[in-house]
Design a protein around this ligand. Structure first.
Ligand SMILES: [Zn+2]
Length: 339
């Protein structure tokens, strides 16, 4: 069981959301944490409830206006039962990343491929919007580029189908960093490698046309907060970062892979995992014009890997209303909120 109260495996998930009724209760509590409020007349109070096949209609006792429980969410105006949506949202946020509609259809036990495809597309739409806020500020940020996908097919020198991806990741100090460093001192001589004391915070990835200064610095200024410490290698495209308002921690010696590894351990780890993911789920073959969509999905999962409930609510289109229930309420099915 996850300490934040979200199911960590399928049997637990089924216990919490056994049927459409449990999903409807959760949805109502998420949308109206202080009780149903009529969107038309603004009166708050217990509505009449009429379950339909795919949602619940809430009717205001005052003005008699009907409101669909799923309105304004990803489930709006579909005929797929709530429990199927919830199960699907759980799968896309916690299970095998980048699965196909066919796998999805099988796992959800859906008879129609088209339904599985539609569900997957709608749930994914919430994951592929680029994240807008800037990272950094109190955390140093590692920045680097890598080449993704494609294959050189002897078109001649310098011609390839690989895409340039630039990434920025926050480097956060582990809570037990001091203890780890002291322990290491005791057991070994010499200092502990930095990468054993830190973990990756928020991530941003972008496909860029070139490794030139314009593309790379635009990415940095749009994704990293001014004033942050930014770590890069000696690549000249990063030369202007100090003049753009960053504290530039630049690797001075170019060409030494060990030094680069020690200077940029987190972003290298991110790139290595990203390549493994792309190879594993797409056999390395992603059309360049789809790559940014996949990167956004990757970033969505990565940035919420410690917050599965946030990811779950977000793909269902509940983010704006979401207040996470407590462990007790989740498992009792009461969905009582403590804001
Ligand atoms: Zn009303």
């Amino acid at each position: 069981m996850d300490p934040r109260g979200f199911p960590t495996n399928l049997p637990e998930f089924q216990k919490v959301f056994p049927n459409d009724d449990a999903c409807a209760k959760y949805l109502e509590a998420m949308r109206w944490p202080n009780g149903f409020t009529c969107p038309k007349c603004g009166v708050q109070g217990e509505p009449y409830r009429f379950p339909t096949r795919a949602t619940v209609i809430l009717r205001c006792r005052k003005c008699k206006r009907n409101t669909a429980l799923s309105s304004g969410t990803v489930m709006q105006a579909t005929h797929t039962p709530l429990a199927t949506w919830f199960w699907g949202a759980y799968l896309v946020t916690t299970q095998t990343p980048g699965q196909s509609a066919l796998q999805f259809q099988r796992q959800l036990g859906l008879s129609r491929y088209e339904t599985a495809y539609m569900l997957l597309q709608k749930l994914r739409a919430g994951m592929v919007r680029p994240e807008r806020d800037c990272i950094g500020t109190e955390y140093p940020v590692e920045i680097d580029e890598c080449l993704i996908g494609g294959r050189t097919r002897g078109e001649g020198r310098g011609v390839h189908h690989k895409a340039v991806v630039v990434g920025a990741v926050e480097v956060r100090l582990r809570k037990d960093a001091e203890h780890r460093a002291a322990k290491h001192q005791q057991d070994h001589s010499g200092g502990i490698p930095l990468k054993k004391l830190v973990y990756a915070g928020r991530l941003r990835l972008r496909v860029v046309a070139t490794r030139g200064a314009a593309d790379l610095t635009t990415f940095v200024t749009e994704n990293v907060a001014k004033g942050s410490t930014v770590r890069t290698d000696a690549w000249h495209s990063y030369d202007t970062l100090s003049s753009l308002g960053y504290v530039h921690d630049r690797l001075t010696l170019a060409g030494d892979p060990d030094k680069a590894e020690a200077h940029l351990p987190m972003i290298h780890l991110v790139f290595s995992n990203l390549k493994t993911w792309i190879l594993g789920t797409h056999h390395g073959a992603i059309a360049q014009h789809h790559l940014q969509t996949y990167l956004n999905e990757y970033v969505f999962r990565f940035n919420r890997r410690f917050y599965p409930m946030t990811a779950f609510n977000s793909v269902l289109g509940l983010a704006a209303h979401a207040t996470s229930p407590t462990y007790e309420s989740l498992y009792s099915g009461e969905w009582k909120h403590h804001a």
